[in-house]
Ligand binder design. Structure first.
Ligand SMILES: CC(C)(COP(=O)(O)OP(=O)(O)OC[C@H]1O[C@@H](n2cnc3c(N)ncnc32)[C@H](O)[C@@H]1OP(=O)(O)O)[C@@H](O)C(=O)NCCC(=O)NCCS
Length: 213
């Protein structure tokens, strides 16, 4: 059963669901839903990724996000697909340092995600912070499992998933990939991000710092 219907979550406006998270360095990381106004910035972000990172994120050779995928990312909530960007403040300007997308499947109560971090900002705990936040976001939609697929040689993603307690299995129909999944066992009232706990239990979300991971 859904903790909260996606359209109910969206009805309050995307801006309500911005999380202010704390990185291991102590810096703040803002994670917010993508809006149609972000299309150019999101595409620039993908173009600026290293070829390796882009290949790992898009699971294929592409110089940018294909138009159909960009369209999905900028229409948050359509088909139960949600896209977020992570931003930090650099000299007074907001800079996109990561992005993620998650899709909720109401039939089996699972959410699948993909994410990437700008090469210049990898290794600073941003991926781990975002993934922990995605767990809350997925749980707030009612997902009981969070699932990712990645290339078998993607040591960084595999180590990150292992660190956050995902278990590994095979990706159906693709031996080049490995699947990792985590049971999201918390009830709505126990979701470990305050904003998403409130969203799931019908209260009003607010910006909070994430718990330590
Ligand atoms: C995978 C990815 C998201 C990790 O993000 P990140 O911000 O660099 O990761 P973090 O700094 O949060 O690291 C968290 C943990 O992941 C593991 N990790 C991260 N980078 C690693 C690397 N290059 N090699 C091995 N382990 C690594 C470590 O266990 C690390 O914990 P530690 O710092 O305590 O050792 C990032 O490398 C990336 O965007 N890669 C390209 C796109 C991609 O592969 N996406 C996955 C498709 S689903």
């Amino acid at each position: 059963m859904f903790a909260r219907q996606p359209d109910q979550i969206l009805a309050n406006g995307l801006g309500q669901f911005t999380d202010l998270l704390r990185l291991p360095s102590g810096k703040s990381l803002t994670v917010r839903f993508v809006t149609p106004d972000d299309a150019a910035a999101l595409q620039s972000y993908f173009r600026a990724l290293s070829r390796d990172s882009r290949h790992r994120r898009l699971m294929g050779a592409a110089n940018e996000l294909p138009a159909s995928e960009l369209d999905k990312s900028t229409h948050v909530g359509a088909q139960n697909i949600f896209a977020v960007v992570a931003e930090i403040d650099v000299d007074g300007s907001r800079v996109v340092v990561g992005e993620a997308r998650y899709a909720f499947n109401p039939e089996n109560l699972s959410a699948e995600f993909g994410l990437s971090i700008d090469d210049r900002f990898q290794g600073q705990g941003i991926g781990a912070t975002m993934l922990a936040n995605l767990e809350c976001r997925a749980a707030a939609l009612g997902a009981s499992r969070l699932i990712g697929d990645t290339l078998r040689n993607n040591d960084a993603m595999i180590a990150l998933a292992r660190k956050l307690g995902f278990i590994f299995t095979t990706t159906p129909g693709d031996w080049k990939q490995v699947r990792f999944e985590k049971r999201l066992s918390f009830a709505a009232a126990d979701i470990p991000c305050e904003s998403w706990r409130l969203a799931a239990s019908g209260g009003f979300p607010m910006n909070v710092f994430s718990p330590a991971i």
